[in-house]
Design a protein around this ligand. Structure first.
Ligand code: IPD
Length: 272
């Protein structure tokens, strides 16, 4: 049970002003592990704002966050935070990025919040209470979709910092384009997962994601009636792992037919 959702939402709405009210300059952008892996001063500001506010509301909580070095998961109430998911979109001015907050207790998902300030769309779920989309002062329940395969839309991520998986991705893309209606690569995994929960995408996959990319999305998809696991079907482990999310039928088709064929064609098997 998690009764403090409105407090969490208010903190997220407040921190989002750093995404919408600032002009980025070159001096605000820094490289992390590579030229493609960026962080801005606003990622850090959003993260600091969230952690300071959550710490005063939940003094015993722990924090596991993208721009924080000493991340360690314990049984405590833990906030897993991606301050700006879709940093590359943010830097490019693409206005498709989100704040993502997943809350775990004893390493089990309790609640998840994904907020896109550009669309003013908040996707959230609390364990056992369903998944919801709040927009323009209104709220509605959301569920995963069950379209027939020929009209299904597939979202995917390119695992851009681990390019050794690209041949498998290329094989999957080819197979998905033939099997389903079409594909989308929008650049913010948290929103891809929120869109699966909201029935905008039928399925989403990426060969590797970090816990802050999927912690909130996992509970959203599950509470919306779908599954969010590793490619193998095993539970996510809150380390970097592969992610496959969607409704039962399309996930089964991906896992039993498309993935084995793509592994055969590319010679690559994702084991995380
Ligand atoms: C990235 C985005 C992207 C996904 C990458 C993530 P970041 O997160 O979600 O869509 O393909 O794997 O790392 O770096 O923008 O927070």
């Amino acid at each position: 049970m998690f009764t403090e959702k409105e407090k969490v939402i208010a903190v997220i709405y407040d921190a989002a002003r750093y995404m919408t009210e600032n002009e980025l300059t070159a001096a605000d952008i820094h490289e992390k592990t590579s030229a493609a892996d960026l962080v801005t001063v606003y990622d850090v500001k959003v993260q600091e704002t969230l952690i300071a506010a959550f710490r005063s509301l939940f003094p015993n909580a722990e924090f596991f966050a993208e721009e924080k070095k000493d991340n360690r998961l314990t049984d405590a109430l833990t906030f897993i935070i991606d301050p700006i998911d879709g940093t590359a979109n943010f830097v490019a001015g693409l206005r498709h990025s989100a704040i993502s907050v997943g809350i775990l207790q004893e390493k089990k998902p309790l609640a998840g919040f994904i907020y896109d300030p550009y669309q003013d769309e908040l996707f959230y779920a609390v364990r056992g209470e369903g998944a919801f989309l709040r927009h323009g002062g209104k709220e509605k329940p959301i569920t995963v979709c069950r379209h027939p395969f020929p009209v299904s839309l597939v979202g995917f991520g390119t695992d851009p910092y681990h390019k050794e998986n690209t041949p498998l991705l290329a094989a999957l893309v080819k197979l998905c384009i033939h099997r389903f209606a079409d594909m989308r690569r929008a650049g913010a995994a948290t929103l891809d997962l929120a869109y699966v929960a909201a029935g905008r995408l039928d399925i989403f996959f990426e060969t590797g994601l970090s816990p802050w990319d999927y912690a909130a999305g996992r509970i959203l998809v599950e509470e919306a009636g779908g599954s969010c696991t590793r490619f193998s079907g095993e539970e996510v482990n809150y380390e970097r792992c592969s992610i496959l999310a969607g409704g039962a039928e399309i996930v089964k088709e991906f896992k039993e037919n498309l993935l084995p064929e793509a592994e055969k064609q590319s010679g690559i098997k994702v084991t995380i």
